[in-house]
Design a protein around this ligand. Structure first.
Ligand code: AMP
Length: 179
């Protein structure tokens, strides 16, 4: 049976790190829509040109485009034994489309790992990351606004609470270790 994994959670929760570990351990691809879009922009492809305005504005790329991109990626042979999907789904229509894509090949999600992190800790981590990477334009206000756009909608969490049993992972150590 394929190992089809979705990782949900706010930026700064360590999703990418864990996705990489699982991907290496299980020998399945780590698919991150944000990375795919950044690569398309960097390569100057037609897709890159379509998504860039949304990314620059800190908005989600429209569902129909994102669903088509993910559908195409999941049809690649390297996903036969499974995948770790990060950054998708972010909306209920995306989650429903993913269910349909998988059902077409008699598959369903094995597990949804939902990383839980308070806004405060997530914002602290993003601010620290921005400072470390010298991204001075990432001010607390910009980070705060980005968090709002990227918040996992309640209806998406609810979809998975009904469909699969999500594993809720506490993604922060006690607060003093964070500082
Ligand atoms: P991320 O690295 O996950 O923050 O994604 C970077 C940008 O790519 C986001 O700000 C969105 O514009 C776009 N993006 C990534 N994943 C999605 C998605 N599932 N739905 C819509 N837009 C997305």
């Amino acid at each position: 049976m394929p190992l089809d994994i979705v990782i949900l959670g706010p930026p700064g929760a360590g999703k990418g790190t864990q996705a990489e570990l699982i991907s290496e351990d299980a020998g399945i691809p780590h698919i991150n829509t944000g990375d795919m879009y950044r690569a398309a922009v960097a390569a100057g492809t037609e897709l890159g040109a379509r998504v860039k305005p949304f990314m620059d504005a800190g908005e989600l790329v429209p569902d129909d485009l994102t669903i088509a991109v993910v559908g195409e990626r999941l049809s690649q042979p390297d996903t036969a034994r499974g995948f770790v999907l990060e950054g998708f789904p972010r909306t209920l229509p995306q989650a429903e489309a993913l269910d349909e894509i998988l059902a077409e090949s008699d598959r369903e999600l094995s597990v949804v790992l939902h990383f839980q992190l308070s806004d405060e800790v997530a914002e602290q981590r993003l601010l620290k990351r921005a400072l470390e990477q010298g991204r001075e334009d990432d001010t607390p206000e910009i980070i705060h606004r980005g968090m709002e756009t990227m918040r996992i909608p309640e209806e998406l969490g609810q979809h998975y609470r009904v469909k699969v049993i999500p594993a809720r992972i506490h993604a922060a150590p006690p607060l003093q270790e964070e500082l």
